[in-house]
Design a protein around this ligand. Sequence first.
Ligand code: NZQ
Ligand code: ZN
Length: 385
Amino acid sequence: MFNFDFHNPTQILFGKGRIADLAKVVPANARVLILSGGGSIKHNGVLDEVHAALAGRSFQEFSGIEPNPSYENLMQAVELVRREKLDFLLAVGGGSVIDGAKFIAAAVNFEGDPWAILEKRGANITSALPFGAILTLPATGSEMNNGSVVTRKSLKAKMAFSSRHCFPQFSILDPTKTFTLPTRQIGNGVVDAYAHVMEQYMTYPADAPIQDRFAEGILLTLIEEGPKALATPDDYAVRANIMWCATLALNGLIGAGVPQDWATHMVGHELTALYNLDHAQTLAIVLPSMLRIRKEGKRAKLLQYAARVWNLTTGDEDARIDAAIEKTQAFFEQMGVKTRLGDYGVTADNIETVLGQLESHKMTMLGERRDVTLAVSRQVLELSL
Ligand code: NZQ
Ligand code: ZN
């Protein structure tokens, strides 16, 4: 196992009815800005519960944070915070709203052009406003991590940053608030969480059996519970288990002390920025091909995955690996997320453009061994057509 630091200061308030506890975790004198997306929280009663819980407190609102939040839009919120001297952010929504809050929090007191935060991946953040979150879409893990992804539309650039200053102070996870998710977002969430586990687990053995077994436990639970969320969408226990899986998949626990990949995510971000695919759609397309093309480098873990997650223990090694990757892809399809570029209208003609963007964003040595060059990314994309 590698040396590691593990620090996660986010307090989780989990369960039905927990929005009522908001006033206990938002500082009493805070001048709050409530951040939200395109309106789901207005339609499903979440915003009413937030208003009730913050009765008597000082708050303003900024809505309209879009999926794959844009720098251009978030800067409007930065201006509002500066103008109104607000000092606490409350993100209410999915990963996009929470990621948006992290950027706003870091940008408000940033000296110079805040786009530099993305250019330096967050290394230049020296402080951030405090913020909390109310999660309505289990997927990204943003509710309990310090990462964020922001798109600059004018550049078609989707970039990630992280900073120790950007953990939420608290996150409220009420599984009943996920009942109104459209089918597409249920599938997206399960696929994203699954991919997060794979990016930290599917590398090479690192004498880390507890991280491996945590990871395999999350994968097995997602495989069990994901289809139930589609079949019986009003089942509280199913939604609760998926929600906790998604949080644990990317809060630092399973990734501590082990090699990490993230090549699938980096290629996926380019696909979203260029062609507007949902984040999880890009992962469902890229991950199976990434595993097929990089089979040799990942052989030992692929065999472990085949045995422990898909119960494939007999027969030829290559056949077991191939079957495990097939089952992974079939699971994404079962969750309603299509796994081919062609399913989304992206063709062979587009591959050069994707590679050009990867190059301009310095994504030319990806993966746990830094051996995912542009040539490898090309093979992966061609196999995904
Ligand atoms: O905007 P509203 O009206 O709220 O609707 C949203 C949005 O249209 C809707 N939704 C959310 N909760 C709902 C709901 N609709 C009905 N009922 C509810 N309870 O769902 C749509 C998608 O929301 P979004 O927040 O965009 O989805 P997600 O949570 O998947 O977040 C995706 C973003 O997170 C980034 C992605 O790149 C993408 O930009 N990621 C962030 C990560 C992190 N911070 O650690 C890691 C991930 O790998 C990922 O890159
Ligand atoms: Zn993701």
